[in-house]
Ligand binder design. Structure first.
Ligand SMILES: Cc1cc2nc3c(=O)[nH]c(=O)nc-3n(C[C@H](O)[C@H](O)[C@H](O)COP(=O)(O)O)c2cc1C
Ligand code: SF4
Length: 557
């Protein structure tokens, strides 16, 4: 990270932003010329190389993607469901091969057949459906999935009433002392839902205690884990829970600006969030001196451009600043020096969406839910291999088998493993879940880590019996190699070497040297700067442990 670049990027604040300019110009002109980039460099007082470095980082800004007309989802569940080859063949009837790109992932894991066309996501279940979409006979891509919970008074899935009623809570909060409100958050014991499980109260307190004239709240809505679409659900169906959570974070920490970084693969989320912010502005619930309280808060929606690593909080901050979205070295932590080097809280969508419940019912009521160390509820995303795919709000500590059988209704076909918590999560063999004692695998942070897995964002991707595990491991290495930010060698080189080894073992007379593979995994795990390179080995090691019978033919002991 360059301090200078961060300060320069901050000159125009959130209002005008080079990253957004890059995206908008690419959208309107189809591609960026060298002159466009030079003009941006001049406008933002940065080097030509910096603008080029940024433009060449993102999938949707890259030259090779600039003439694509349609994008097929290449996420894990669409791959495992085997729907995408046929979909692509169908699209080839209308588009040339070079006009078809890919996006990962569109969050349509509950029905697959997913593609993005003309700014809208679709899941076409038949040839006729594709024809209708391309002929513009079907314009909206609305999808349906089950939503349910196992608690009486839901934290995240209660039906939304209306803005006037909902924001009474906010108006009351603005009359309270911010330390009193922070105490409720701390008492709730809520831990971040973005994957790392860091206590939200400590993060907010650290930002509150850092002296600065400007602070920021950033909502991490870059949900890139294939298999997870719970943040998309919250952004689209519980929008005000997220916005209210951000404003309360601002009130407590002293931040008056909030940015929602929403991935471009969720165009509907971007539109819905912008509409909700407009409504708040019209009702005087957002802006300057809200409700005469002296508290100001303004939102800015920033659309991503196709880079999984932007979900990592420091890469995300670099992205907003218009820098190459490389991971930053910590410390300093974002609460000390975050966006434009100012104190910044970065929280996941689901973490922020839990705030209204905590305010309304008190921190103790939230802490009563769950297991103590893992308090509250967690949204779980179930993919299309379940009989009842959908988003389920589950009390922490609930046995995984309950989620699978009672909520998911079991599986449509034979499943050998569940990949839980995204591409960096663990691969859980079905034997762990079918075990009558349940192997203690419950929905909470501790249970997952004690069993050698990871709860992460709790997206569940089913690996069918007939899908070769080696092919799935190739997909994971390939994903990491594609998405690596390039800042550290163990990840950028390690993932590429891993992918090559696995490909060679499948297609040539070659066996993977077990010692070499173990060394590679250890180097990635210990030596990577962030959990992209550091997290990939977990699932690979799980697969080697539980699916040795299947993988041994590719490996030399
Ligand atoms: C490779 C990588 C990808 C990540 N992707 C996301 C993401 O899509 N959404 C998210 O909230 N957190 C993601 N995180 C975690 C964030 O870095 C950060 O911990 C989180 O946004 C903090 O919010 P929380 O405390 O509310 O969980 C990712 C981390 C890594 C290493
Ligand atoms: S582990 Fe990968 S993504 Fe993370 S900093 Fe290193 S190169 Fe970048």
């Amino acid at each position: 990270m360059s301090d200078n670049l961060s300060h320069l990027a901050g000159r125009k604040g959130l209002k005008q932003n080079m990253f957004q300019d890059l995206i908008e110009q690419t959208k309107s002109k189809g591609k960026l010329s060298e002159e466009d980039m030079r003009n941006l460099a001049e406008e933002y007082l940065i080097g030509n190389a910096n603008v080029y470095g940024t433009a060449s980082f993102y999938d949707f800004l890259k030259k090779e993607n600039q003439n694509k007309k349609v994008y097929v989802c290449s996420g894990s569940t669409c791959l495992l469901a085997g729907t995408q080859d046929k979909l692509k063949d169908n699209l080839k009837k209308t588009f040339k091969e070079e006009e078809i790109g890919h996006m990962c992932c569109l969050g349509r894991c509950h029905e697959n057949n997913a593609f993005h066309y003309d700014g809208v996501n679709y899941s076409a279940q038949s040839d006729k459906a594709i024809e209708d979409i391309l002929a513009k006979k079907t314009k909206d891509g609305i999808d349906n999935y089950s939503v349910a919970t196992n608690i009486e008074n839901p934290v995240l899935t209660a039906p939304f009433t209306n803005v006037d009623e909902y924001y009474q809570l906010f108006k009351e909060a603005l009359k309270k002392d911010r330390l009193e409100l922070l105490q409720e958050i701390k008492e709730s014991g809520i831990r971040g839902r973005g994957g790392a499980g860091f206590p939200m109260g400590f993060k907010w307190e650290s930002c509150m205690n850092t002296e600065a004239s400007q602070k920021f709240i950033v909502c991490n809505a870059d949900e890139g884990d294939p298999g997870a679409y719970s943040d998309r659900y919250l952004l689209e169906k519980q929008t005000h829970a997220v916005l209210l959570g951000m404003m309360i974070a601002g009130y407590i920490t002293g931040a008056n600006r909030g940015a929602l970084y929403i991935r471009a693969e969720y165009p509907e989320s971007v539109t819905i969030v912008k509409e909700a912010i407009n409504e708040l502005e019209q009702k005087g619930l957002n802006g300057e001196n809200i409700e005469g309280s002296g508290f100001d808060f303004r939102f800015k929606v920033i659309e991503g451009a196709g880079a999984y690593i932007c979900g990592e909080e420091t890469a995300l901050l670099n992205s907003i600043e218009g820098q190459r979205a490389e991971v930053r070295i910590r410390p300093p932590f974002p609460t000390q020096a975050g966006l434009f080097n100012k104190p910044t809280v970065v929280n996941n969508v689901e973490t922020l969406a839990s705030v209204p419940f905590i305010l309304k019912n008190g921190g103790k009521a939230y802490a009563k839910l769950g297991t103590g160390k893992s308090s509250g509820t967690k949204l779980v995303s179930l993919d299309s291999f379940f009989n009842k795919p959908g988003i389920y709000e589950i009390e922490m500590g609930t046995p995984l088998s309950t989620i699978i059988n009672d909520f998911g209704g079991g599986f449509k076909s034979d499943i050998k493993a569940l990949h839980i918590g995204g591409p960096l999560g663990g691969i859980v063999p079905m034997s762990k879940i079918d075990d009558p004692i349940g192997a203690g695998l419950n929905l909470d942070f501790e249970s997952f880590s004690e069993n050698g897995f990871l709860l992460g964002h709790a997206g569940i991707v089913c690996i069918p019996k007939d899908f070769p595990m080696i092919k799935y491991l190739e997909h994971l290495f390939e994903f990491t190699a594609d998405e690596s930010c390039g800042k550290c060698f163990p990840c950028s080189l390690g993932s590429t070497r891993g992918k090559e080894m696995i490909q060679k073992a499948q297609h040539e007379d070659f066996k993977i040297d077990k010692k070499l593979l173990d060394d590679l995994l250890e180097t990635m795990e210990i030596g990577s700067l962030c959990a992209l390179g550091g997290g990939l080995p977990l699932g690979i090691k799980n697969a080697l442990q539980y699916f040795g019978d299947e993988l041994n033919e590719f490996i030399n002991e």
